[in-house]
Design a binder for this molecule. Structure first.
Ligand code: ADP
Length: 656
């Protein structure tokens, strides 16, 4: 489009399109012809044909000029013959020859001039094709030429700009004094730099400007060609980038948390190579090639650290930390590092885990480690933030110890409440053993001694002793103190154990327990003793609630089932006791909330923390008819956790 327009420009400025010129030309030619024919040979009228040729050159192309000239010559010769017909040759012939020569020369020069002009115009037209802004100014800065690019950038048309003083028109702001620029320009013939110009609409444009001096044949500077590229947007983007870099550096330096920059490019390149070799499942690959993880450690380099990192890692300066990760790496961190590599391989945007690192003084710190991967394929440097959670971990551990202690005290207290029943439970088999021993003695004393009866009595003694030892074993297991465990066990069996232990206590209050367990073993993962403690608390609360009401049957239903919705286990303890006050249902699980005169109010609070630490939920609700139901869920068993995921496992008891 623009090309066509330029082409048009070139031709239109070369040949003036007017209908008047041909008519004028023809009229002059005829006029000259008549004059030439009628005047005497002494007057060289024919020379006026030159005017016709020159005029033709204004509107005709090269071939047209030649034809017009030939036409003039033909008229000239014709008029010669007409006027000289029958006359002896005199001065007319030299005049004719002179006129022919003058017209021919004029035609030749006009054609040549038009060709040169055409070349110049074409060159000027080419300058219009470029997107660059080009203008020419003389040595006093008066604009001589103004291309289309200049019109577009600055808004002034060629006609408005030509003849104006360039620096005044554009209110140029120079990067250095103009005199210095001029001096350099004159010395070496060119100058380059950035200028700020004001456009016609008043807005500013920053341009990369190149000036070149044009010299005449004698080497004198006659004009300056100025080529400008609009770099306003680029400057703005650079400025924005610089600003955000400064802001980023400020955050980096002043952040209260430790931040460092790691170079991950080598690791990324190695992982890309593995991908090219067809490795897809990197989790499996790292498990099968633990040496890869080890080899990758020195590939990661710390590029920069902030002041908080220097302080945290007990370094004297940043320089001490820049470089290999090895100085701060602990064996614990290996699994987390493997997780980090996996995150890179799987092109995740971030990765977070808890791990330990060591300070340069050798002290081990528990840290929360977060790494942000940029969303670019190059992955040159990544940002790592480290939050020291050593104190928090210590506090959590102390809290967990206290909670364990509390849970233990609760178990012992609960068992203490059941001493009479437990004593009865232990007493029964011991008494039975005594009775059987007496019977055995009697059968031995008989004449003849009945050895078969003695054998049977002894077998019963062994059985009773076994029962007594079982009861004691269960009690010991429940009141022993130990760290929380995460085992797989059959929950149904654990519940039956608790029910065996509470049998006497339950019967003492005239309660008839119904146990409806899910068929087959119900495998769960967790701490068996803690979960038994929950069942024990719920059962004893139910018995107490029922002992408070005199009417109606005392029903205790304990059931287990697989939780259809969540895929885990659902345990329910249902009673027909005094029920729950809807207004205080939420408060039951608060520590020290009790409605009993001798209650401590810790049972349900501890039960909930145990269940939640196992990833489950515990709640109570009033029954429609009477009594209350307490239920808890446990999540489905998990698969073997990967090393990185293990870091996310909740503590056995939650940190409140
Ligand atoms: P404590 O038994 O020492 O009071 P708990 O935390 O075990 O402490 O129970 C808190 C309160 O919840 C009890 O005092 C009682 O009011 C209520 N509660 C617990 N279980 C039942 C139940 N099965 N029926 C009715 N109320 C109950």
């Amino acid at each position: 489009m623009q090309t066509e327009q330029n082409q048009e420009d070139v031709t239109s400025s070369t040949i003036v399109p007017s209908r008047v010129f041909p008519v004028v030309c023809a009229a002059i030619a005829i006029g000259v012809f008549i004059l030439d024919t009628i005047t005497t040979a002494e007057v060289v009228v024919a020379i006026l044909y030159v005017g016709v040729v020159l005029l033709a050159a204004r509107f005709l192309p090269k071939r047209g000029i030649i034809l017009a000239s030939l036409g003039c010559l033909a008229l000239l010769v014709l008029s010669y013959f007409l006027s000289q017909y029958g006359e002896p040759p005199g001065a007319a012939l030299p005049n004719l020859l002179l006129s022919v020569a003058v017209i021919g020369m004029t035609a030749f020069l006009a054609v040549q001039n038009q060709s040169r002009e055409m070349v110049l115009r074409e060159q000027a037209g080419l300058l219009n094709l470029t997107h660059d802004t080009i203008f020419v100014r003389d040595m006093t800065d008066i604009i001589l030429y103004w291309n289309r690019g200049a019109e577009e950038l600055y808004g002034w048309r060629k006609t408005e700009a030509v003849g104006k003083m360039s620096h005044q028109l554009m209110r140029t702001i120079f990067p250095m004094p103009l005199e210095e620029i001029r001096a350099e320009l004159l010395r070496i013939g060119r100058w380059e730099g950035e200028l700020v110009h004001t456009r016609k609409n008043g807005t500013q444009a920053t341009v990369a400007s190149r000036w070149a001096v044009q010299q005449d044949t004698r080497g004198r500077a006659i004009a300056i060609l100025e080529t400008n590229n609009d770099i306003t947007e680029r400057k703005r983007a650079e400025e924005a980038l610089r600003e955000s870099e400064t802001r980023y550096r400020n955050i980096f330096e002043t952040a209260g948390v430790s931040i460092w920059e790691e170079d991950f490019s080598q690791v990324k390149a190695t992982i890309d190579e593995l991908k090219a070799q067809g490795v897809r499942d990197f989790r499996a690959y790292f498990a099968a090639h633990p040496e890869f993880v080890l080899h990758a450690i020195p590939m990661v380099k710390i590029v920069d650290v902030n002041d908080a990192t220097v302080k945290l890692l007990a370094a004297r300066s940043k320089g001490e930390l820049v470089g290999s990760l090895r100085a701060i790496f602990t064996p614990d961190a290996l699994d987390v590092f493997a997780g980090e590599l996996l995150a890179v391989a799987e092109e995740r945007s971030s990765f977070a885990a808890e791990t330990t690192i060591q300070t340069l003084k050798g002290e081990t710190l528990s840290v929360l480690f977060t790494i942000m991967f940029p969303q670019s394929t190059k992955l040159e440097s990544v940002l790592v933030t480290i939050v020291d959670i050593t104190e928090r971990k210590r506090a959590a551990e102390a809290l967990r110890d206290t909670q364990m202690e509390l849970a233990h005290v609760n178990r012992v207290t609960t068992m203490g409440q059941m001493t009479a029943s437990i004593a009865h439970e232990v007493n029964q088999p011991i008494a039975a053993a005594g009775t059987n021993a007496a019977a055995a003695l009697r059968w031995l004393g008989a004449q003849p001694p009945d050895l078969e009866e003695v054998r049977q009595a002894l077998a019963r003694i062994i059985e009773n002793a076994g029962r007594a030892s079982d009861v004691i074993g269960r009690i010991r297991a429940l009141i022993k103190r130990g760290p929380p465990r995460r085992d797989r066990f059959d929950l149904n069996e654990a519940i039956l154990d608790v029910m065996a232990m509470t049998r006497s206590e339950v019967l003492k209050y005239g309660v008839s327990p119904q146990i409806k367990l899910a068929t087959g073993p119900l495998s769960v993962e967790g701490d068996r003793v803690q979960l038994q403690q929950v069942i024990l608390n719920l059962v004893l609360n139910a018995v107490e609630a029922m002992s408070a009401v005199d009417e109606g049957p005392r029903e205790l239903r304990i059931s287990t089932e697989t939780d259809a919705a969540a895929g885990g286990v659902l345990v329910s303890v249902h009673d027909s006791g005094q029920g729950l006050d809807p207004n205080s249902v939420d408060r039951l699980f608060e520590a020290f909330y009790t409605t009993k005169s001798d209650g401590l109010g810790m049972g349900l609070a501890i039960c909930r923390s145990i269940i939640e630490a196992h990833g489950g939920r515990l709640w109570g609700s009033a029954n429609e008819s009477r009594g209350a139901t307490f239920q808890f869920t446990l999540p489905p068993e998990r698969d073997e956790a990967s090393p990185a995921e293990q870091a996310d496992l909740p503590p056995a008891l939650p940190v409140a």
